[in-house]
Design a protein around this ligand. Structure first.
Ligand SMILES: Nc1nc2c(c(=O)[nH]1)N[C@H]1C(S)=C(S)[C@@H](COP(=O)(O)O)O[C@H]1N2
Ligand SMILES: [Mo]
Length: 406
């Protein structure tokens, strides 16, 4: 343990830090002493009836924060969520020309181009094919832009990094569809096109299409929501969100990229030397502390520092947490199972002693890649970079217990 004011959950449970563990429990007033009867007053009257669809407790109101209308985003309320799975009705939305209303009975997905045959799939046909269910994150490559460009103390995790969702996607591997069509030897790319009026199109390396790309029709156990691509979308694990084309209608196999609007005028990264980095597909290793965060106000004593870490390159290997602005770091616990290209929850117990503290997290993935400091990020990418913001971020805890984004 490198920091005397932090303690891992495992060491508490194992009794290896019995003194520290005892200190935690003695300071947390779990129940009033000498409670003579069980708390609460069970109602004598029967409760309300069973329901066809679940609703949240009237005491809970997590919500997305929409900006824009037809061209817009709505942000995942990361501060309200626990574990790793984003509920379908809270996962962020990002669309370039509104949410199309598509009748699944009328929808078709065409696979053509450098193929032995052109194939057209109905939704019923897609659902007859062998399916996979996999947990992956989906992150817009513009995520974190406002927090990088214009950091404000009152920002919440939702505003900092809310263009992030994580959940279980079900569908057919794109490789299965491509094998049915028969990919010709000259093929190198596939072009995916959406059925929205933006006809959002992206070029995808054939190797990715044949590897883990999913033609997904469900999320978290049920049909996709209209905003997230109903009835069918692409999900490219670990790649920038823009490439996971929603309302998927066409896959064209080609020998070169098409240089679509969304991969030329947008989603290229201007660099310091005046050139731009194109086809920066993979999302970099990243993490965010979601609690404590703004607008929480802390009391002194022990609490959990918790957040999410994710990387497009595979699994998260470790997350280190600092409570002194990066002076010293302690390795956090990772919630098992740690899945590839999926959000991973990290946790560390921390005793806040009432002095000003700056808390931050730094994730490292299985390839050895680690989050850069803001200074190193700017040095590498230049001041005008517009995507893939993965520098270390921090929250400041003031003497009055208020938490603000740094
Ligand atoms: N057809 C289509 N696909 C799209 C988009 C779009 O506007 N149209 N937006 C893209 C962007 S920029 C992102 S970040 C993700 C967002 O997916 P979500 O809205 O399901 O969270 O979808 C991508 N796929
Ligand atoms: Mo995006």
């Amino acid at each position: 343990m490198s920091d005397e004011r932090t303690v891992s959950r495992r060491s508490v449970i194992a009794g290896a830090a019995a003194a520290a563990g005892g200190a935690i429990l003695s300071q947390v007033p779990l129940v009033e002493a000498q409670q003579p009867v069980a708390p609460g007053n069970p109602s004598a009257a029967p409760g309300s009836g069973t329901t066809a669809q679940g609703a949240r407790s009237a005491f809970e109101s997590p919500a997305r924060a929409p900006t824009g209308v037809v061209t817009g985003s709505s942000f995942t309320p990361l501060q309200d969520l626990t574990g790793t799975i984003t509920p379908a009705d809270l996962v962020f939305e990002r669309h370039h020309s509104g949410i199309p209303a598509i009748d699944p009975a009328q929808h078709r997905l065409m696979v053509h181009g450098l193929t032995d045959r052109n194939v057209m799939f109905t939704m019923a046909e897609l659902k007859r094919l062998p399916s996979v269910s996999r947990v992956h994150f989906l992150e817009c490559s513009g995520n974190g832009r406002a927090a990088f460009r214009d950091p404000r103390p009152a920002m919440t995790p939702q505003q900092v990094d809310g263009l992030l969702g994580n959940g279980e996607w079900t569908g057919v591997l794109l490789a299965t569809l491509l094998r049915q069509a028969g990919v010709r030897a000259a093929a190198r790319w596939v072009i995916a096109e959406g059925a929205d009026s933006a006809k959002l199109s992206r070029s995808i390396p054939l190797a990715k299409a044949m590897d883990d790309a999913i033609v997904a029709y469900a999320f978290n156990g049920e049909a996709l929501r209209p905003a997230n691509g109903y009835p069918v979308r692409l999900l490219l694990p670990g790649y920038e969100g823009n490439m996971s084309v929603k309302w998927l209608r066409r896959i064209e196999v080609t020998d070169q990229p098409i240089m679509a609007r969304d991969e030329t005028s947008k989603y290229t990264d201007p660099l310091a030397n005046g050139t731009a980095r194109q086809f920066s597909f993979v999302m970099d290793v990243k993490s965010l502390i979601t609690r404590p965060s703004h607008p929480q106000r802390l009391d002194r004593g022990w609490r959990e520092i918790a957040g999410l870490a994710w990387t497009g390159r595979g699994r998260i290997a470790r997350v280190d947490v600092s409570t002194d602005g990066g002076g010293s770091w302690t390795q956090a616990e990772l919630q098992e199972p740690v899945l590839s290209r999926a959000a991973t929850r990290f946790r560390l117990m921390w005793e806040w002693d009432g002095r000003e503290a700056v808390i931050m997290s730094r994730a490292t993935d299985e390839t050895g890649a680690s989050q850069p400091t803001r200074e190193a990020f700017i040095a590498a990418r230049g001041p005008a970079t517009d995507y893939h913001f993965n520098a270390i971020r921090a929250w400041r805890v003031g003497r009055d217990g208020t938490v603000s984004f740094v």
